[in-house]
Write a protein that binds this ligand. Structure first.
Ligand code: ATR
Length: 280
């Protein structure tokens, strides 16, 4: 049997995952004798699948929907980000075959923000995050770790924003979905984590004109690459950050752990993944 390291992405469904395109590119680019596969695993089969990860020849895995919370429970240990976010997206086996969990979504978002908008922190006393799903949890964790002391959180279903505000503590304040426009003038950073603006969904309706001229606008949606929100912000002259960069950067720590090389997020990788998305 080949001893080349193998990793996979576990999801249900898993067909849509872009992770094989990213890791496959890096394996070829760095000339590594390894493999990255897709594994469609039903929720009720996850625990058994993870207990047999080593037997299947895997050194680790990414986990995507709907397994991110359950994967955290089945791992022996979890890094600080996975614990704070309450979900894992990266798993690895140690030399004794023990399963460990991490979450690189906050790292991916923050690294992309630092790369694409290096001055975002200047004038960002207040940030606004829209949405209260799994991505919002990761981004709130990342922003708090980066030292943003006031984050306004707005979600269509107010109770979910209030739950997250309680979970993350005093730096996160839930505000009503109808209140977001009037709070924008104080915000140096606006992050959309809702599905609004995604292909096939209505656009996000928000008063971009109310943001300060120095504000940065980030969207985690990456189909299309330029959402209506980002297009409006760009036309206003604001710095914009798209969702694809987060996806590329969150893959870096897993690849390094499994294959022993810290890979780079380059324009060529981005073009390769964009080609698989069928978007421009
Ligand atoms: P993820 O885990 O990727 O963040 P999710 O948990 O499905 O995804 O969250 C989707 C987010 O988009 C939620 O905040 C959702 O708001 P609700 O909590 O009210 O459902 C938000 N969302 C989806 N469709 C929306 C719409 N038409 N208007 C406003 N918010 C919407």
């Amino acid at each position: 049997m080949s001893t080349a390291p193998r990793a996979c992405v576990i999801g249900w469904p898993v067909e849509h995952s872009r992770s094989p395109a990213i890791h496959g590119y890096w394996l070829r680019h760095y000339g590594i004798d390894g493999a990255y596969e897709k594994e469609a695993v039903r929720p009720e089969e996850l625990e058994t699948f993870l207990s047999r990860l080593a037997a299947r020849g895997y050194v680790g895995a990414n986990v995507t929907l709907p397994h991110k919370e359950a994967a955290l429970r089945f791992a022996r240990s979890a890094d600080a980000a996975a614990q704070a976010i309450g979900a894992a997206n990266t798993l690895w086996l140690d030399n004794d075959g023990v399963l460990h969990a991490g979450n690189t979504d906050a790292y991916g978002f923050m690294t992309n923000l630092d790369t694409e908008a290096p001055r975002w922190r200047e004038g960002c006393d207040v940030a606004m995050v829209l949405g209260a799903g799994g991505a919002a949890r990761a981004i709130l964790h990342g922003l708090i770790e980066a030292g943003v002391s006031r984050i306004l959180l707005s979600n269509r279903t107010a109770a979910k924003a209030e739950d997250l505000a309680r979970h993350f503590g005093p730096s996160v304040e839930a505000i009503g979905w109808e209140e977001k426009d009037s709070a924008l003038s104080a915000c140096g950073l606006l992050v959309n984590t809702t599905s609004l603006g995604m292909a096939g969904q209505p656009p996000l309706d928000i008063a971009v004109a109310a943001l300060p001229a120095s504000a940065v606008v980030a969207d985690i949606v990456y189909v299309p690459l330029e959402t209506p929100l980002l297009a409006t912000a760009r036309m206003r002259g604001l710095t914009t950050v798209d969702g694809l960069g987060m996806l590329l950067h969150q893959a870096v720590p897993g690849f390094e752990r499994w294959f022993g090389v810290r890979p780079e997020v380059t324009a060529d990788l981005r073009a390769h993944v964009v080609a698989t998305l069928g978007v421009g």
